[in-house]
Design a protein around this ligand. Structure first.
Ligand SMILES: Nc1ncnc2c1ncn2[C@@H]1O[C@H](COP(=O)(O)OP(=O)(O)OP(=O)(O)O)[C@@H](O)[C@H]1O
Length: 365
């Protein structure tokens, strides 16, 4: 499993595998070198370093995780399949063995300068709000990426949160990272409900559902957007069950039907009756389209909750579609990030011809 590596002075020379193999021999190795690295992040599963590949000049992040020899690494297998402008690209990977004979997998990823968490802290410490248009640009890219992930790759990320959304504040580009919890969900197979970070957990996960769908990522995305507006988490639960209390405080007690749609085993459970607070009150300073978008996304019933494509079509994003010379900076950002570029094969492949026509009209393509 281990492959050749030499550390020469401060330069590391490695034989690595390509992140996306084009030919028949997926295990063909290539040689790269890079200066010895500095740590940029600690996750629960490993360390992330950053460096620059000498041969290509590309800045990269190297995520090193312990590899169980008995299993394939799911994060690697998923990342190999994914190619999207809003997903951190897997450039190469390699394995290494330490003196204790433990195997580590290293994922060499496209580098992004900041997490959305850090970007939001920047505004909070300055006692200002993130500009509305910046929130809209990030949210749009997030749902565009989820549409590809959910409908084309059929993968659920299962850990959408500001720390896993990487951004470039100069260009407003956003890319999703950390596929360590991601999984291809099959309707016939149960999945563990103890995934996703607390504040961003969909109510069906809190109810212990094991038949949840990709719609859990949509709930988390709504929580992220709400946090960008509020400057703090919308549902800051202090424990697993307190998380549900925080949600009920705003959305009110779920109806019997909503509980059934999340987890029918809880139908008989008695909940205190709390009336919802209208989102227009929670987001007093936001316009109608913003409030409507949030209420379409933060729905108890996962089947009523907007899916990624419905989100994309929302009038909340019309401002991006209609950007022109009256706001040259925005028009330039939309163009630079290719926000209005869609491909039948990657973005609409789950739709019939008729459906894709309707969607294209809504997207003003
Ligand atoms: N491509 C990248 N470019 C820049 N920084 C990155 C990149 N990938 C990860 N990081 C940084 O490293 C941190 C941890 O990465 P990641 O979330 O992939 O690791 P993890 O061990 O799975 O973490 P978690 O605790 O969220 O499960 C990120 O929050 C981010 O700050």
């Amino acid at each position: 499993m281990d492959i050749q590596s030499i550390t020469n002075g401060s330069t590391v020379h490695k034989q690595v595998f390509l992140g996306h193999s084009s030919g028949s021999n997926e295990n063909d190795a290539v040689a790269i070198s890079y200066p010895a690295t500095e740590v940029v992040g600690h996750g629960s599963f490993g360390v992330v370093f950053t460096t620059q590949i000498n041969e290509s000049g590309d800045r990269v992040a190297i995520k090193k995780v312990l590899q169980d020899r008995r299993f394939k690494n799911r994060e690697l297998e998923i990342m190999k399949q994914l190619r999207h402008p809003q997903i951190v690209d897997l450039k190469y990977y390699f394995y290494e063995t330490d003196p204790e004979n433990e195997v580590y997998l290293n994922l060499i990823l496209e580098f992004m300068p900041q997490s959305l968490y850090q970007r939001l802290r920047h505004y909070v410490t300055q006692r200002t709000n993130m500009p509305r248009i910046e929130i809209k640009l990030y949210t749009y890219q997030l749902v565009k990426c989820l549409n590809y992930l959910h409908t084309h790759a059929k993968v659920c990320h299962r850990d959408i949160k500001p720390q896993n959304l990487l951004v470039d504040p100069e260009t407003f580009a956003l890319k999703l990272c950390d596929f360590g919890s991601a999984k291809q969900l099959r309707p016939s197979e149960p999945n563990v409900s103890y995934i996703c970070s607390r504040y961003y957990r969909a109510p069906e996960l809190i109810f212990g559902a094991t038949n949840y769908t990709v719609q859990i990522d949509i709930w988390s995305s709504g929580c992220v957007m709400a946090e960008l507006i509020l400057g703090q988490p919308m549902f800051p639960g202090e424990s697993g069950i307190d998380q549900l209390v925080e949600i009920i405080k705003i959305l009110g007690t779920p109806t019997k039907q909503e509980i059934c749609s999340m987890n029918p085993n809880y139908m008989e459970h008695k909940f205190p009756q709390i009336r919802p607070i209208p989102l227009a009150k929670v987001f007093k300073r936001e316009d109608e389209q913003t409030v409507q978008f949030l209420s379409d996304v933060l729905r108890y019933d996962p089947t009523e909750r907007f899916n990624a494509l419905q989100c994309l079509c929302s009038s909340y994003f019309d401002e991006l579609r209609q950007a022109d010379e009256r706001d040259p900076q925005l028009a330039e950002a939309v163009q630079r990030l290719n926000l209005l570029d869609f491909s039948d094969q990657l973005d609409f492949d789950s739709l019939s011809l008729e459906e894709s026509q309707t969607v294209k009209e809504k997207l003003q393509l």
